[in-house]
Design a protein around this ligand. Structure first.
Ligand code: GDP
Length: 323
């Protein structure tokens, strides 16, 4: 029986990972920070099975105490300010929560449980203005947002603790991964929610930014398995996790609207508010290393993912509206 400590457990990935580890018989500890309006939406169904520890990513003492009390075999560091667009208006907070907090977690593990295995949630946003396509583990980083810059720091500090202290620390470079539990501000969920509202007669337009952006979108439930696999290897290493397929935002709209019998061109309005100061035009991952070394593969394809998200939002919005 192993212990796992997850930061960011109430987020999309944390909730899927907690389910996955509980299923495997792990004792799952979840770090939570005090808020006056707690949000357990993603983990409501497993809330009683998670052992909750109070702590804050920006407070090292609380993290040392969290690692001491969880006594984890594995630590999954998923907590961050994770929305790219918010990183321009809040660059310093993003630096604290997405970059420096990784050092806080690594320090807490180094001090309180140096033998624990450590997973850092790195991001394809580190590739930003891509210097080669597809992007793999050896592709140089060129981040395009304060968020991307912060994630590059998190990646390299993880590598550095592995090399400096011999810690079993892995960095998973995950390309965009989505689900019905994705935050409503991210483009996939914004679209599935918008489609549901329009279909149900609650809205008549959807305001969007750059429709030409290309992303490699997978299903979050498939991606958390890769996190776990990385920590089961003999040696710590870094891996790209992606589908190897690229789709545009326009294609996402087309698939989501046509699924409910609508044409996106009748509803989508371009709004400069959603256009970013610097854009990541395309991301496409090459995950051959993960396939070969971890034996990782994915189950859910892009179209199926979009349909799953639209179905879930139709159901949720109907329930909210008593329809
Ligand atoms: P990101 O890849 O982590 O930034 O994930 P997002 O889901 O936030 O954005 C993916 C892409 O969709 C980016 O290139 C955005 O510029 C583009 N996009 C276009 N319109 C929108 C929008 O209304 N909201 C968001 N979040 N992204 C949009």
């Amino acid at each position: 029986m192993k212990n796992a400590l997850i930061t960011g457990v109430t987020g999309q990935d944390g909730s899927y990972l907690a389910e996955f580890l509980l299923e495997k018989g792990y004792t799952v500890y979840g770090l939570r920070r005090r808020t006056s309006t707690p949000n357990y939406e993603n983990v409501q169904h497993i809330k009683d099975r998670i052992r909750w520890i109070s702590g804050d990513l920006t407070d090292l003492a609380s993290l040392i105490e969290a690692v001491r009390s969880a006594d984890p075999d594995e630590v999954y560091n998923l907590a961050a300010q994770s929305f790219v667009a918010s990183s321009w208006p809040q660059p310093l907070a993003t630096g604290q929560m997405t970059a420096l907090s990784v050092t806080n977690m690594l320090e807490a593990v180094r001090i309180a449980k140096p033998g624990a295995r450590f997973y850092q949630a790195s991001s394809s946003e580190m590739f930003g203005k891509v210097v080669e396509t597809p992007q793999k583990e050896t592709t140089p980083f060129y981040p395009r947002s304060p968020y991307g810059v912060a994630k590059v720091y998190g990646h390299w500090i993880t590598v550095n603790y592995r090399e400096s202290f011999g810690m079993f620390a892995c960095s998973g470079i995950l390309f965009n991964h989505e689900s019905p539990r994705r935050g409503l501000e991210f483009v996939t969920r914004k679209v599935s929610d918008g489609v549901a509202r329009i279909k149900l007669g609650l809205a008549n337009e959807l305001r969007m930014g750059n429709l030409d952006a290309l992303r490699d979108w997978g299903f979050a439930g498939d991606y958390v398995k890769a996190m776990w696999l990385m920590l089961q290897q003999d040696e710590p290493d870094d891996y790209v996790i992606a589908t190897g397929e690229m789709h545009s935002v326009r294609e996402l709209l087309e698939i989501a609207f046509s699924y409910v019998g609508l044409d996106y061109r009748d509803y989508v309005v371009i709004d400069p508010e959603f256009v970013r100061p610097a854009e990541v035009d395309l991301l496409l991952g090459d995950c051959s290393k993960a396939k070969e070394k971890l034996g990782w593969s994915l189950d859910v394809g892009f179209r199926e993912l979009v349909h799953m998200m639209v179905d879930a939002d139709l159901k949720r919005v109907k329930a909210e509206q008593n329809m």
